[in-house]
Ligand binder design. Structure first.
Ligand SMILES: [Zn+2]
Length: 266
């Protein structure tokens, strides 16, 4: 008896047309400034730490959607709360979808007093302790070893101005020990300028001696410390509390990371 011919189905090649998300394979390390016993700057009952942790959680949501892997330099309940994107401002109330209207509002801002370093050590020694800043920087080193060159490091802060209350806007900084500002810093600065977010502060990236970007501890080339706005300015203070502003800024930061990926520097 002849064996029946095996019923081999013709192999149909599936069309794989789905492009990978823009930040696929990239590790984004987000360093929310301050936390624990260090609230950072404080204006009108709002602390810098409350704002940096929420901005960190928002940026994490945005870059995760673009395919990135996110790691924070610290742990806190304030980072575990998922920020919810508010409906677009341009959308009139009547035109909102049911989904948008029923969307829960952002959870209230939390003071991250519970913040601990990745090692589990509490941030309990007050302001800008070099040891703690270097421990944050070392998270950069850890992931750099694992996935170089596909790593970026962003430290998020809000500034206060000792000058005039009309001083407003944000700016980027790069480590003074490096030869020149990294592409990530230039991209964020350019986009901040285009979006009117530099205000009257620094339109060029500023070199500075920063614990978290010190290359001795943090070897990630594409790293920056961003002062997102100036809290002593009334309009900036109001913006910093506005989830819509926060999501907009998070998208600008994310677009800057995407530009670095396109240019193959990460
Ligand atoms: Zn700060």
């Amino acid at each position: 008896m002849r064996r029946p011919a095996s019923k081999k189905k013709p192999v149909v090649k599936k069309k794989v047309s789905k492009a990978l998300p823009p930040l696929h394979g990239v590790i984004v390390i987000i360093d929310p400034g301050h936390g624990g016993t260090d609230p950072g700057a404080s204006v009108g009952g709002v602390t810098e730490a409350m704002l940096t942790y929420r901005m960190a959680a928002t940026l994490a949501e945005v870059v995760k959607k673009l395919g990135a892997e996110v790691h924070f330099t610290v742990r806190s309940a304030a980072l575990r709360r998922k920020p919810i994107e508010p409906p677009k401002l341009s959308q009139p109330e009547g035109k909102k979808t049911l989904k948008e209207l029923s969307r829960a509002p952002e959870p209230p801002l939390l003071a991250p007093r519970d913040a601990v370093l990745a090692s589990g050590r509490r941030l309990d020694m007050g302001n800008d302790v070099p040891e703690f800043l270097h421990a944050r920087a070392e998270i950069g080193a850890r992931f750099w070893k694992r996935r170089k060159p596909h790593v970026v490091f962003l430290s998020l802060h809000f500034d206060v101005s000792k000058g005039s209350p009309s001083d407003h806007g944000g700016f980027t900084m790069w480590d003074i020990r490096e030869d020149h500002p990294p592409m990530l810093v230039r991209e964020i600065t350019r986009r901040f300028g285009e979006a009117g977010l530099c205000g009257n502060r620094h339109k060029q990236p500023r070199p500075n001696d920063l614990g978290v970007t010190n290359p001795e501890f943090n070897p990630v080339p594409q790293k920056t410390l961003v002062e997102l706005a100036t809290l002593t300015n009334a309009a900036d203070h109001k913006n910093a509390l506005d989830p819509r502003w926060r999501w907009r800024v998070a998208r600008i930061l994310a677009a800057s990371i995407v530009a670095c990926k396109k240019a193959k520097v990460i």
